[in-house]
Design a protein around this ligand. Structure first.
Ligand SMILES: Cc1ncc(COP(=O)(O)O)c(C=O)c1O
Length: 355
């Protein structure tokens, strides 16, 4: 039986998108590659409404979370966290030898500008956080946070993990003005995993020139030199880039406003389903339109999920500290409201059957 994925990632990939990967191979130093690379970057910039330079490497998004701190921080950063992936960003900075000050807010809550008041000091070289916390389903106001960071220290860089928000929820790039914005292919781009991206500001490029130990794979100077010619530094997954180019055309023809609206409608549908059961975990006003984190109550989730899987539907377990008390529905990428409603009604039917 074919699986219908409503997971948090990798997510469902449409057959025609997978098919686009089967074009004949080209080398990554050819003219054809150069055109492919350039076309993709132009389309991504258009979709995200930004003029920023965008870099890609073969790997998962975490490689560029690491790249951001390795290039932008000599000694000290501030990490904001309200869940597992905020913690992960902090861990990545620490493992790269940086000293990280932390602002922690309870899981399920958004980090607000007031939470960081007085925390961005002169020595804070960068502040990093997650735009859409995948463990809790909280979509924070990154623009307001970035403005507060810059108000306290205009030299402090802003690094945003947009892994589960980019291309599904409007990041207002021109107001957010991130110095690094990181995402990958396997979430709202609805492609197989394998490519990581970082939108990079001129400020971060400048900062990196004076930072030591930037490594090789994530060295912004090397990456930029190649990217200026529409090439990658190391061998990229070319087949995946064929699919990405094809997918970007689909995304742009849907239109970003329509895409954001579709995700909002799906978020609303999941929230009303949750309201009829044990409720949604994240606080009101900051609920994600890509991931619904739903309270389990006294539901036997393993039994429920096995029954759903037997019918061909797969959702996601809870994550981190709320692993045992929540479960998650991923509704990003190419999922439609109609398909999501089908899942929700199968979930209702399945809950009745197992009671
Ligand atoms: C918010 C967030 N950040 C980072 C990651 C890590 O991404 P990757 O596995 O592509 O490195 C994930 C993965 O689920 C995520 O949801």
């Amino acid at each position: 039986m074919s699986r219908k994925l409503f997971t948090v990632g990798p997510v469902n990939v449409e057959p025609e998108v997978l098919q686009a990967m089967t074009r004949p191979m080209i080398t990554h130093r050819s003219k054809e590659y150069k055109k492919l690379h350039g076309d993709i970057m132009e389309k991504i910039r258009k979709a995200l409404d930004t003029d920023m330079e965008i870099l890609l490497v073969g790997g998962s998004a975490s490689i560029f979370l690491e790249g951001a701190v390795r290039n932008g921080v000599k000694e000290r950063s501030l990490g904001l966290t309200n869940g597992s992936f905020g913690d992960r960003f902090i861990e990545i900075a620490k493992l790269n030898g940086k000293t990280v000050d932390e602002v922690r807010v309870p899981w399920g809550k958004a980090v607000r500008p007031g939470d960081i008041e007085g925390k961005v000091s002169e020595g804070t070289e960068a502040v990093h956080w997650v735009s859409n916390e995948s463990s809790t389903g909280v979509f924070g106001d990154s623009t307001a946070l970035a403005e507060e960071v810059r108000r306290q220290n205009p030299d402090s860089l802003v690094f945003v993990d947009a892994v589960t928000s980019a291309f599904a929820m409007d990041l207002e790039m021109k107001r957010l003005c991130p110095d690094a914005l990181v995402f990958g292919t396997q979430k709202a781009l609805a492609l197989p995993p394998g490519l990581a991206f970082m939108a990079v500001s001129d400020r971060l490029f400048e900062r990196s020139a004076s930072v030591r130990n930037r490594g090789f794979y994530t060295d912004l100077a090397k990456l930029r030199k190649n990217s200026a010619e529409n090439y990658a530094l190391t061998t990229p997954p070319v087949s995946l880039m064929y699919a990405l180019d094809f997918q970007m055309d689909r995304i742009l023809s849907e239109g970003m406003a329509a895409r954001y609206r579709r995700h909002r409608e799906m978020g609303d549908a999941v929230r009303s389903w949750a309201a009829k059961h044990c409720g949604i975990f994240p606080e009101e006003g900051y609920r994600s339109n890509t991931i619904g984190v739903i309270n389990r109550g006294d539901m036997d989730f393993d039994r429920f999920h096995s029954a759903l899987k037997a019918k061909g539907y797969e959702i996601s377990n809870g994550y981190g500290d709320v692993k045992q008390t929540t479960f998650r529905i991923g509704h990003m990428g190419d999922i439609t409201l109609a398909r999501l409603k089908e899942l929700l009604s199968v979930m209702d039917e399945t809950l009745e059957e197992i009671q």
